[in-house]
Design a protein around this ligand. Structure first.
Ligand SMILES: [Mn+2]
Length: 249
């Protein structure tokens, strides 16, 4: 009998920001967390923005995060099925992590069923009402043309531009998010709309940078995974159901 029974979810590590020292401290914490779950995890879902920037060139990937990547490889070798979602900061993941450690890459949403519970999982960017500028940019950034063009820029230039580009969201990302009331929480709105068409027991998102566990109906919940700059929050699904947890808090 396998001792691997639990399913873990986390998102928004933003590895790389705000500088090397800060990111390394966070990376060490994430590695300790992965180490603590490696013997009972059956599946691990990393729901986007794991990296503050990521691009796979034909022969090159960005420097850094070697302890994290090594630990992820260890979990994979132990038999943990790892799934990574593209976030708005790391949408340019192609085949590298799949080749190296059998990671399943998800571009948008993923629907799974476990123990008769139905999950809707998505990073959370570009959903719900509004934010039309971002929705347009997302289409462009994800296009083959944009990726092809970026791939031909020298990494010193390309990664430099990417760093400057995410500068403003980086400052925004460091601050503590606050709850907006349910009528203004766009992922609550999106989930409630979705529920009209189809039942889901759990909606799991990242992107919001605020750990949330909200009842949408008597049999449906919205869980936001938070982030790892301030909260070290994650979710675990086991025989007791789905719960938000905090690591080393
Ligand atoms: Mn994020």
């Amino acid at each position: 009998m396998s001792l691997r029974t639990k399913i873990y979810f986390a998102s928004d590590f933003h590895l790389g920001t705000a500088d090397y020292g800060e990111s390394r401290k966070r990376e060490d914490r994430i590695v300790r967390w992965l180490d603590s779950i490696k013997n009972d995890a059956k599946e691990l879902y990393l729901v986007g923005d794991v990296f503050d920037f990521w691009f796979e060139y034909k022969y090159v990937v960005p420097k850094g995060h070697v302890r994290f990547l090594g630990k992820l490889a260890e979990l994979s070798d132990l038999g943990v099925q790892i799934t990574m979602f593209k976030g708005n900061h790391d949408m340019w993941m192609f085949g590298y992590l799949t080749q190296e450690m059998n990671v399943k890459i998800v571009s948008d949403e993923l629907v799974i069923e476990r123990d008769e519970k139905k999950f809707y999982i998505h990073h959370g960017d570009g959903l719900g009402p509004g934010d039309n500028k971002y929705k347009f940019l997302k289409k462009f950034f994800r296009s083959g043309l944009c990726q092809w063009l970026f791939g031909w820029l020298h990494p010193n230039l390309g990664i430099g531009i990417a760093g400057a580009w995410s500068g403003h969201s980086r400052i925004a990302g460091a601050k503590l998010e606050t709850f907006q009331t349910e009528q203004h929480e766009w992922l609550v709105i999106y989930s409630k709309e979705k529920l009209k068409e189809e039942h889901f027991d759990y909606f799991i998102f990242g992107h919001r940078h605020l750990p949330l566990d909200i009842e949408l109906s008597h049999s449906s919940r919205y869980i936001n995974l938070g982030e790892w700059m301030n909260y070290n929050s994650y979710a675990v699904f086991d025989e007791e159901g789905l719960a938000l947890r905090y690591f080393e808090k």
